[in-house]
Design a protein around this ligand. Structure first.
Ligand code: IPD
Length: 264
């Protein structure tokens, strides 16, 4: 079942990624803003989500779904799709080749299949629960263990200025303790980078289910651990790192001030 859901997600994400690529080539404009002036949505986000919803429901009419651009449908089959039609919308707007279509499938609330397709480069990440993760069909594995000071960490910043101040202060405290920090602009792809060994960890407060549902499964199926903890800015903090170095990464993130202070 999880393999079937993954294969359907990949087929649909591939088509949506082609649409997104065509829209980028045709030129992009901001259609609206959402949570703040810098949280943009383009017509391509909406068109991609519409296409994904239509394709999934044509094949599986009884499924539920939730999407970043507003799709919200109760299903009766026990399967719910979690859709980010363009993760990395700001990169899409500027033409930085780090934006992706992300589709996950949950059964009874658990993610069992996930795909992330980089619309600019066409690289495809896919995973099914218990069946491993792949990049363009080739199995993925996280990086081998490294001491904290040799780890490359990915992070991201939300669209709310107050949350950003908290994130920036914690990032500044983590930076001297690790090899370096990158902010690439797509949570879904960041998680896939942990999965493929292109980074040693990822931390960000305030991401949404559609940002991380598919990439989280790709990462865990490749040997990472994935956890949500209460954040210093009042939103959940997403942590993802290879299982072998996870506890040390969590401790460093906590020391840096990403997490909410524990109550007595
Ligand atoms: C954003 C990206 C970004 C992350 C933000 C997300 P969007 O998603 O994943 O990397 O830092 O928190 O909101 O808006 O491009 O779909």
């Amino acid at each position: 079942m999880s393999a079937e859901l993954r294969d359907l997600a990949l087929e649909v994400a591939r088509e949506a990624a082609a649409l997104v690529r065509q829209r980028r080539e045709a030129g992009v404009e901001v259609a609206a803003t959402k949570s703040s002036d810098v949280d943009v949505v383009t017509e391509a986000d909406r068109a991609s989500e519409t296409l994904i919803v239509e394709r999934l429901l044509a094949r599986r009419p009884h499924d539920g779904l939730v999407g970043e651009e507003g799709s919200d449908r109760q299903g009766t089959s026990g399967v719910r799709w979690v859709i980010d039609p363009i993760d990395g919308t700001v990169n899409f707007l500027y033409g930085l080749p780090q934006y992706a279509v992300s589709i996950a499938a949950e059964t009874d609330g658990e993610v069992v299949a996930g795909v992330v397709v980089n619309a600019a480069t066409r690289v495809e990440y896919a995973a099914a629960k218990g069946l491993g993760a792949t990049r363009d069909g080739i199995p993925l594995r996280v990086r081998p263990p490294a001491p904290l000071h040799q780890r490359l960490v990915l992070t991201g910043f939300g669209y709310d200025a107050g949350l950003r101040a908290v994130q920036a202060a914690a990032t500044a405290r983590l930076l001297p303790r690790v090899r370096d920090i990158r902010r690439l602009g797509s949570c879904a792809l960041d998680l896939c980078h942990v999965a493929e060994g292109a980074a040693d960890g990822y931390v960000e407060e305030g991401t949404h289910l559609w940002d991380y549902a598919a990439g989280g499964l790709v990462a865990t199926e490749a040997g990472a651990r994935f956890l949500l903890l209460p954040g210093a800015g009042g939103r959940p903090v997403l942590l993802c790192a290879p299982a072998h170095g996870f506890d040390e990464f969590c401790a460093a993130v906590a020391d840096a001030g990403f997490l909410a202070a524990e109550r007595e």
